[in-house]
Design a protein around this ligand. Structure first.
Ligand SMILES: NC(=O)c1ccc[n+]([C@@H]2O[C@H](COP(=O)([O-])OP(=O)(O)OC[C@H]3O[C@@H](n4cnc5c(N)ncnc54)[C@H](OP(=O)(O)O)[C@@H]3O)[C@@H](O)[C@H]2O)c1
Length: 330
């Protein structure tokens, strides 16, 4: 009888040990995820004094694509933080309008540079690039927001759009980010400070695929990897490089998925709300971040679903969007 009990103990002890180890690993993982999320929320709540960006990085900010959506909201938010602005866009009238609005609301200076960023790395792009260099020369440029971006052609199969349209997207989303960064870096290196914010997309970072928006997602992956490597390359020179990867922001570019997916609109933020969070995050955290709290929640939820589920849902939503675009309701 006694030997029988001893045998059962011997058999159950390793099982208990395994169970306890797994429970410990599970608890440690849950604690790490929770702590990361709490640390993230703490950063979101962290108040940034009005003159902080000016003091830490410099008096001027360069913003590309300030004529609508996120770029416009970020330009206004940076001005609210006391930064003078170099506004880079392709439409002179709207640039003048946003410049006037900024100056009427905040006591800052502005400069505008007319630049169609789809011309970067073409002979026609040399002249506006020279004007941009001239505009920032001698300025204490502390912050750069590479925001301009295009998602069109979207909701199309790769073989459907003409090559020139893809090339324009590549130039705006990738070449312009690279070139504008290259223009401001020498000044930042010589001053030993600066913050570069590249607007990427959650669509290339936190979900496995973005069917029918393949080229867009691929260009945004470039933005993220470009930022990650520069983050490491320039950290010792006092320059913080960051890719911000938002989910849904209510602009004309936003994929109109939310109408098909109902609940997604819960996770959509206004450009102003995004800009407040985005500016609070400048120079904080690692090379990749998702500033808005709602987007952070969506990111956590997305991480829990298997890739095949994402792929299935996204293809259906994109197909729905495609029908909508081609039926002319978009
Ligand atoms: N909205 C979202 O849900 C979302 C999600 C993830 C990432 N993003 C990213 O956020 C950034 C801003 O997009 P948004 O949502 O604010 O869209 P938006 O309202 O369409 O703004 C895009 C901006 O880029 C400018 N731009 C486009 N092509 C240009 C060119 N060739 N030369 C110069 N400027 C050009 C536009 O200028 P014009 O006014 O002259 O067209 C506009 O100012 C983009 O990089 C986008 O990929 C947006």
């Amino acid at each position: 009888m006694a030997s029988h009990v001893f045998m059962i103990r011997q058999e159950t002890a390793p099982a208990q040990w395994w169970f306890l180890s797994l429970a410990f690993v599970g608890a440690a993982y849950a604690a790490t995820v929770t702590l990361r999320f709490v640390a993230y929320l703490a950063l979101c709540r962290c108040h940034r004094p009005k003159d902080d960006l000016r003091r830490r990085y410099g008096e001027w900010a360069v913003v590309t694509g300030p004529t609508s959506g996120i770029g416009r909201a970020m330009a206004l938010e940076l001005a609210r933080h006391g930064l003078n602005l170099v506004l880079v866009g392709r439409d002179p009238a709207i640039l003048r309008e946003i410049s006037g609005t900024v100056k009427s609301l905040h006591k800052v200076k502005t400069k505008t540079v007319v630049f169609d960023l789809s011309l970067v790395w073409t002979p026609d792009g040399d002249e506006p690039l020279r004007r941009l260099r001239e505009a920032v020369e001698g300025l204490d440029v502390g912050v750069v927001v590479n925001n301009a971006g295009v998602a069109k052609p979207g909701a199309v199969y790769l073989h459907e759009a003409d090559v020139e349209a893809w090339v324009r997207m590549v130039r705006v989303n990738m070449s312009a980010v690279t070139e504008v960064t290259a223009v401001v870096l020498p000044g930042m290196v010589s001053r030993g400070r600066g913050a570069i914010v590249n607007i990427g997309s959650a669509g290339s970072e936190y979900i496995p695929s973005l069917p029918l928006y393949t080229m867009y997602a691929a260009t945004k992956r470039y933005v993220a990897q470009f930022s990650r490597s520069l983050h490491v390359e320039y950290a010792s020179k006092g320059i913080h490089v960051q890719c911000q990867a938002p989910f849904f922001v209510d602009t004309r570019l936003m994929f109109r998925f939310e109408e098909a997916a109902g609940g997604v609109s819960l996770f959509t933020v206004t450009p102003d709300a995004y800009a407040r969070a985005a500016v609070a995050w400048i120079g904080r955290g690692g090379a990749l971040c998702t500033p808005a709290v709602r987007h952070q929640l969506l990111r956590r939820m997305a991480a829990a679903a298997p890739d095949s589920v994402h792929d299935w849902i996204l293809l259906r939503l994109a197909t729905w969007n495609r029908k909508r675009c081609f039926s002319g309701s978009e």
